[in-house]
Design a protein around this ligand. Structure first.
Ligand SMILES: [Ca+2]
Ligand SMILES: [Ca+2]
Ligand SMILES: [Ca+2]
Length: 462
């Protein structure tokens, strides 16, 4: 009985000690989390600027170093890229024999690459390849010489690029050039769409009238429906790009019909059978183009290049009703120096864009994204200082971003280079604080739960 009050004091002290140690442990956990998160960020920052001369290791946080893809002794350029899951496919033009189509793939999201192989015929002057993939179906188009003119060639693989079926021509062998093909495949793999520039109406105007033509397959590239003419206006209609989502096919191009270069858009909502009227996307007295298009559901994004007194800007417009109405144009690049030839892909509501940019002296590859309806900062991806990094293309799947371009850092002849962002997560700015807070709360809840359990045990013992 006499010792009871003493026990009470002890218990109170113990409780005080426990609650003090509870707060101390919470603060320690919080500080550890802050150190871990900020330390990680700082580590990737040192990576970013550590070796001034070793550009291969200079990458923004999250991005891999530059990986050289082509190693033959001739010039390699015009790379295109497509990805399905972890399998990444790259095609390009090698100038060996006047122009050959080369191909390589990675089965582990760009970590390791197969030996490049020449696909297509040993023919003179193959160039401007493009690639699209759906499951194990890989589709490649390019242009090459045929008797008196250039024609569109097509090649497909049904085993993920391991073997290729015989190539075929999908433009008319009519003695008129058919060039610069772009290809897209629907998600279900059935519909393959190809658009190109055709000179069969060349003598209808001067400068020569170039028109867009189009062909499609509804059986994974086995048979083709036949050509369609997509434009009908004097002067050059050129530089097309194409995107498909379900039965909607979207095409953008640059057109000189009004005496200056403008961006036009046109779509088909029935798998390419009929096409709705054209829409002018560009909205300035300046020269505009080329443009790219990407879609997600009924949302369409168009980006393009505008030349204003010798400088190049990248602009963006979007439609959220499948091309019915369009947003105001928005300038995307923060440095109006020389931002050229943007290419975009979508990933759900996100847009990921690459282009080449002369703001640093020589041309370098830049990247920018649109996430949660906000465009991020211009991010420089290459640091080649005394060489040219050009013609980037981009692909994304499984939240892994893949970028390819050509680069003359190894001498006079350009080679194909590749870089990836293997786990793109859009962490908001307050993410560095948010993570420690969440972990601290979880630890606190576990601590309280254990305390309650122990108290309960003690009580049941007594
Ligand atoms: Ca080479
Ligand atoms: Ca032709
Ligand atoms: Ca035309």
């Amino acid at each position: 009985m006499v010792r009871l009050p003493k026990m009470g004091v002890q218990r109170a002290r113990k409780r005080k000690r426990e609650s003090r140690s509870k707060y101390v442990s919470i603060i320690i956990v919080f500080l550890i989390m802050v150190v871990v998160v900020l330390g990680g960020a700082m580590l990737s920052d040192t990576n970013y600027s550590s070796s001034a001369y070793d550009y291969r290791t200079r990458s923004p946080p999250g991005w891999s170093e530059d990986v050289r893809i082509s190693y033959n002794s001739t010039s390699d350029r015009e790379p295109a890229i497509a990805v399905e899951g972890e399998v990444v496919h790259i095609v390009w033009r090698s100038t060996w024999f006047g122009g050959q189509i080369f191909y390589t793939k990675s089965n582990d999201a760009g970590e390791n690459w197969n030996e490049p192989v020449m696909i297509g015929p040993l023919d003179y002057g193959c160039m401007r390849p493009d690639i699209a993939v759906s499951g194990d179906d890989v589709h490649v188009v390019w242009e090459n010489n045929n008797a008196s003119a250039r024609e569109i060639r097509y090649l497909r693989s049904v085993d993920g690029g391991d073997t290729w079926l015989p190539e075929r021509m999908i433009s008319s062998d009519d003695g008129n050039n058919s060039q610069a093909p772009k290809i897209a495949v629907s998600e279900d793999g059935m519909d393959v769409h190809v658009v190109w520039v055709d000179s069969r109406h060349a003598d209808e105007s001067f400068p020569p009238n170039l028109e867009l033509y189009y062909n499609r397959s509804h059986d994974r590239g086995l048979t083709w429906e036949g050509e369609m003419r997509l434009t009908e206006a004097d002067y050059e209609s050129t530089g097309p790009n194409i995107a498909v989502v379900g039965s909607s096919v979207h095409v953008v191009w640059m057109d000189e019909r009004a005496g200056k270069w403008d961006i036009y858009y046109r779509h088909s909502l029935d798998r390419g059978a009929t096409w709705d009227g054209e829409v002018i996307i560009s909205d300035s007295p300046n020269h505009e183009g080329p443009a790219d298009v990407a879609t997600s559901g009924e949302t369409i994004h168009v980006v393009w290049d505008r030349t204003v007194s010798g400088e190049d800007l990248i602009l963006h417009r979007m439609s959220t009703d499948n091309g019915g109405t369009w947003s105001e144009s928005q300038v995307l690049t923060t440095s109006p120096v020389r931002a050229v030839r943007p290419r975009i892909v979508t990933n759900g509501d996100e847009v990921h864009m690459v282009w080449f940019d002369g703001r640093d002296g020589g041309n370098e590859i830049y990247y920018k994204n649109y996430v949660s309806e906000v465009w991020g900062a211009d991010t420089r991806l290459t640091y080649t200082d005394n060489s040219e990094s050009l013609s980037p293309n981009i692909a994304i799947d499984n939240d892994k971003i893949h970028v390819v371009w050509h680069d003359d850092r190894d001498g006079d002849l350009p080679e194909i280079y590749y870089k990836r962002n293997p786990d793109f997560i859009n962490v908001p700015e307050f993410g560095h604080v948010l993570l420690p807070v969440i972990v601290t709360i979880i630890i606190y809840v576990i601590y309280i739960y254990n305390q309650k359990k122990e108290k309960h045990k003690r009580r049941t013992k007594t």
